[in-house]
Design a binder for this molecule. Structure first.
Ligand SMILES: *Cc1c(COP(=O)(O)O)cnc(C)c1O
Length: 366
């Protein structure tokens, strides 16, 4: 029996992408080995965090980096860092900003919920979210009008979760930040290009370690050296209940070292084309392949369900797949329009066979 079976649970087949609800990423042996090794001895944590910063700098092209438990805590820590800096009294007073500039300006269309609201992470770090513009339209004047002596930072969310039309670009935001001497924080949690946002001139960039990078449940902030020093300082304050363990840091760094090796290539396109073709022979299923809507190198098999022919609609089919043995989770946020998709990244070849088998048995073509 395994650790999940002992609890009466079944390991799931995740065909939906990098989902926190399904445990983030499955780790490869080298990452697991690094975590096991780190678990077996003590280390001076301050020194480990600094050494980790150097590995993160190499991977991202940023000046320095600070490991975190995830991108969500990374946002809270980045906000705390720009408000309190490294002053111990200010660090210990947060989330009370003590009258210092505490407003974090973001576009309304970027004020998303990624599993929790980004506004709440700003508040945790002692900031006050100031949303500018309308959900689908923001002008530079909206942003300029909101920036003043109360402003601590500008926050840009780079994500498929945000509204994509009518928004200002990161370059627009950085230009405004520069003009006013205000740092720009980018939440790039799920992005796969680790060098792009630091190179674009963002002062702090937040990534998740358990999404594109394929590391353990973790994250990091990278960026300008003095601000990263301030991020580390928050571990003596609001970041203490978000402290990151030595095992997690070791796993994150190993994942970062190997990252990039498997990022080149076709993003799963050939494999998903074969899968779409196989599933497309089942009654009521039409298969195709589509690239990620946010432009990342991810190609997914898209299965369009003809409810009359399949005998159930897409949402019902997704429910049947998730409710069976083994449970199979597809990407289902377009189920309302009859579309389900398979994300190639978390699915092994063996799981792909099980997935085909489950489809065939539900649709009666087993
Ligand atoms: C997933 C996500 C987060 C949270 O990342 P964790 O590593 O799970 O804490 C934050 N922001 C955005 C835009 C995300 O997509």
């Amino acid at each position: 029996m395994g650790v999940y079976e002992d609890l009466g649970l079944q390991p799931a087949i995740n065909a939906s992408g990098k989902m926190t609800a399904l445990g983030g990423s499955v780790l490869d042996d080298a990452v697991v080995a690094a975590m096991g090794e780190a678990a077996r001895s003590h280390v001076v944590m301050d020194d480990l965090l600094r050494a980790a910063g150097r590995v993160i700098a190499t991977a991202t092209g940023a000046e320095d980096g600070c490991p975190t438990t995830g991108a969500a805590s990374g946002v809270a820590i980045a906000v705390a860092a720009v408000i309190a800096g490294t002053d111990p009294a200010r660090v210990e007073a947060l989330p009370d900003a003590g009258g210092r500039p505490d407003e974090v300006v973001l576009m309304k269309g970027h004020s998303v919920n990624f599993g929790a609201p980004v506004r709440q992470m700003i508040a945790l770090g002692g900031g006050r979210a100031v949303e500018v513009g309308s959900v689908n339209k923001v002008s530079p004047a909206h942003l300029e009008g909101a920036v003043g002596e109360r402003t601590a930072a500008l926050l840009f969310i780079q994500s498929h979760h945000t509204v994509h039309k009518g928004q200002l670009s990161l370059a627009d935001m950085i230009a405004v930040g520069r003009r006013h001497g205000i740092p720009v924080i980018v939440d790039a949690a799920a992005e796969d290009d680790l060098r792009r946002w630091p190179a674009a001139g963002a002062d702090l960039v937040v990534f998740s370690g358990g999404k594109a990078i394929g590391g353990p449940t973790s994250g990091f902030v990278c960026g300008k050296a003095p601000l990263i020093e301030a991020c580390r300082a928050q571990y003596g304050g609001i970041a203490r209940p978000m402290k990151v363990g030595k095992e997690t840091v070791a796993g994150l760094l190993q994942a970062l070292r190997q990252y990039g090796v498997d990022r080149a290539g076709d993003g799963g396109r050939a494999r998903m084309a074969r899968l779409a073709e196989r599933l497309g022979t089942l009654p009521g299923i039409t298969g195709s392949v589509e690239q990620d809507e946010a432009g990342r190198n991810i190609h997914r098999a898209v299965l369009t369900v003809d409810a009359a022919e399949a005998g159930r609609d897409a949402r019902t089919l997704a429910g049947e797949l998730a409710g069976g043995a083994p449970p199979v989770y597809l990407r289902d946020h377009q189920a309302g329009t009859g579309r389900l998709s398979v994300d190639p990244r978390p699915v092994t070849a063996e799981e792909e066979e099980q997935l085909v088998h489950r489809f065939a048995s539900i649709l009666g073509a087993g």
